[in-house]
Design a binder for this molecule. Structure first.
Ligand SMILES: *Cc1c(COP(=O)(O)O)cnc(C)c1O
Length: 263
């Protein structure tokens, strides 16, 4: 008898026809891009993740790129990433001409080793070629990184902290989600992840109002959001005002319908 390493059909069968019915409803509803199911899922996800804001996006890789873009990470910046993770964690850094600096992982958890993070930041500062900007900690095998220690190091050096929770979404430390320490949590809804959809999808969670608005703008081609329109009057619909360089990175309505049932 062979047992599959990952059996995605088992969950589909267990949840019965509820998911298929939700997909059917999304198809019939016709709001296939940014439909009501996306807003509903974002509200459900924020509540689950103890976050003020949750925003869907196209995949877990874009979820990492969105905050880097919002923070203006670029040439000459160092982004510290674990040396053992899925490739995407480091892959997004050179998208913006920044450089990943690889941090050893702890031998028992396989997550970022805070002692080596501290040493690598010091070495980067000493070398003087790159400016430390961001740390991306990863929650592997459902296990959170050592956020209390990593956050203290980020605060000491004025660095932003991303928790890449694609392989551990829902993990907690003493009941607290990684967002208690991180500026933003990112996740992937690739089918084999802890919370997966029926294709590609991703999300970010944050308590930072301005960051949430910037990411809402960037995921839709840099569209104008409230912070852009403040104290301004237009004699036309500002829908097609594009305020910054963005992406097209939305979560599909059909995928949101699947995720509402699975969450
Ligand atoms: C899967 C994964 C990603 C990327 O997610 P995609 O949805 O496949 O783009 C990023 N980081 C980690 C740790 C992952 O496991």
């Amino acid at each position: 008898m062979t047992l599959p390493f990952i059996d995605l059909q088992a969950q589909r069968l267990r949840l019965g026809g509820k998911i298929e019915a939700a997909v059917q409803e999304a198809v019939v509803g016709g709001a296939w891009v940014m439909g009501p199911q996306v807003r509903q899922f974002e509200a459900d996800l924020a509540a689950f993740g103890q976050a003020k804001h949750a925003l869907g996006c196209a995949n877990g890789t874009d979820a990492l790129a969105l905050p880097l873009m919002a923070w203006g990470v670029g040439r000459g910046d160092a982004v510290f990433v674990p040396s053992f993770t899925f490739a995407a964690t480091a892959e997004v850094v050179p998208w913006f001409d920044a450089e990943p600096v690889f941090i050893d992982v702890d031998a028992t958890t396989y997550n970022m080793d805070p002692a080596h993070l501290e040493a690598a930041i010091e070495a980067t500062l000493k070398e003087g070629r790159l400016k430390p900007r961001v740390v991306i900690a990863v929650d592997l095998f459902g296990q959170p990184a050592d956020y209390p220690a990593i956050k203290a190091i980020c605060d000491k050096h004025g660095l932003k902290l991303i928790s890449d929770s694609a392989q551990g979404f829902g993990c907690t430390i003493n009941g607290e989600h990684p967002l208690k320490w991180a500026d933003i949590t990112t996740t992937s809804f690739f089918p084999a992840k802890p919370l997966g959809c029926y294709g590609d999808g991703g999300a970010v969670l944050t308590n930072d109002d301005d960051l949430a608005q910037l990411i809402d703008s960037i995921r839709v081609h840099g569209k104008a959001v409230a912070i852009d329109l403040k104290d301004k009057a237009f004699d036309h619909d500002p829908k097609y005002l594009n305020m910054r360089i963005g992406l097209n990175s939305r979560l599909d309505t059909i995928q949101a319908a699947v995720l509402i049932e699975k969450l």
